[in-house]
Design a protein around this ligand. Structure first.
Ligand SMILES: [Zn+2]
Length: 87
């Protein structure tokens, strides 16, 4: 699990001039990145890891299956561009 940096983060972190936005702030090193941006970056990273893991599981399990679900799995992997060996 990734470290959740948003837990301690707040917009304007490092600001000591009592500004209410980046436009007013003149502090060097102050971080006005919206909290949501950090949250979305973390989510994207986590989702990519889970997606890669799911793809590996699909590849492995479909290799040893001869059912309709195998065809569906190949169709899905082809759709997302993760099927190297076409069948
Ligand atoms: Zn400031």
């Amino acid at each position: 699990m990734n470290k959740i940096i948003t837990a301690d983060y707040y917009e304007g972190q490092g600001c000591t001039c009592y500004a209410t936005s980046a436009n007013e702030c003149g502090c060097e090193g102050a971080d006005w990145t919206p909290t949501e941006v950090y949250k979305l970056r973390e989510d994207a990273k986590q989702l990519a890891l889970e997606r890669d893991e799911a793809i590996e599981l699909l590849k492995y399990s479909s290799k040893y299956s001869t059912t309709k679900s195998q065809q569906d799995t190949y169709k899905f992997l082809r759709k997302i561009g993760k099927l190297e060996d076409t069948k």
